[in-house]
Ligand binder design. Sequence first.
Ligand code: F3S
Length: 387
Amino acid sequence: MLNGEYGEAVQLAMRIIVKVGEALRAEKLVEVGHVHISGVSYSNIGDPGLKFIEKLASSNTSFRVFTTVNPTCIDLSGRTSIFSMEYIDGQLRINRALEKLGAYPTYTCIPYEIRRPSPNEHLAWGESNAVAMANSVYGARTNREGGPLTIAAALTGRTYYAGLHLMENRIARYWVRIGYELVDEADASILGLYIGEHLDDIPLIMGTGGWSTYMVKEFLASAAATGSHALVVLDPITPENTYTVADNPENITIDREEIRRFYNKYSSTPEIHDDTLVYIGCPHLSLSEFRYMVEVISRYKCVRRGVTFLFTIPYSLIDTTSKYMDLLRSKGVHVAYGTCPIVSRFRDKPGKVLTNSGKALFYLSRLHGLDVSLLGFRDIVERVMVK
Ligand code: F3S
């Protein structure tokens, strides 16, 4: 591939991977079973990124491995009016080019719901929450990759053998006990934000067996947002033989009081304003999570005046979930497919956001300057829905 026998695009892709591998002292390359491309939102990469991807797509080559794509900056159903559609032309051109290369039009940040990784399988995934899930829940091996590297891996079917691909780098160095009971996904989110901010190496969290899958997902997404955590060992969830523990790990106990103080630093009081956005779906909801939430919503009459209620879910669920749309619309609830408020732009910025996601809290408050509060889904629904 490096010599150009598979064409110019593959040669360029191979050069990128080899260069990164050399910088990280990788001994060799390794084949990957699944690539997840991130960083392809037109609002971020603009015309230069669009031209690069279109050039690849015109080169008569295609992806060599199963490839999924992260959310982009437009609602692909075109039904919600919450997000700006100013980038629709550029984004659709990027999407068409990626699909021509062979990417599956998933447009979601939960690729593990599309194809479940196996323990010790090598992947090349972008998107921090997906990477944390792949390593920590499924025991697969992937580093946190950027957009260009994931495209290069899709074109070659390979990545460099360094970082979390090696067992010697999958060593837990903190032994963490949680000294209180987590009640819901918002609680798990706050703990994740705390761990991401305070621990600078791989932790092993004890006693996670009672956490729901949704709590685990929100916890990992939050830890990956405030820290660079790509692997958090969860006992007893993370498969054995996919990590080791240091001989003398540092023992840490986190208590409720410490977390309460930390929560107050991050989250403002959950008062509802006249222009409040409720945002559920960071990371995107799986089909079962979405169905459960629709069932809860169906018990209420409608959303309170002044509140906009938004779910974000994978574009690949557009057909399966269409039957719920009339019901949700009748309650005043919006569903956006293949995007989220963090990678897109609001048509009108809300004055207040309520969310159950620590990752959304982090990005919407820190990067977008919004006033955000964190509460569990059930608590939010109680506050913003009319009986
Ligand atoms: Fe996904 Fe957007 Fe959150 S890409 S993880 S919903 S920031």
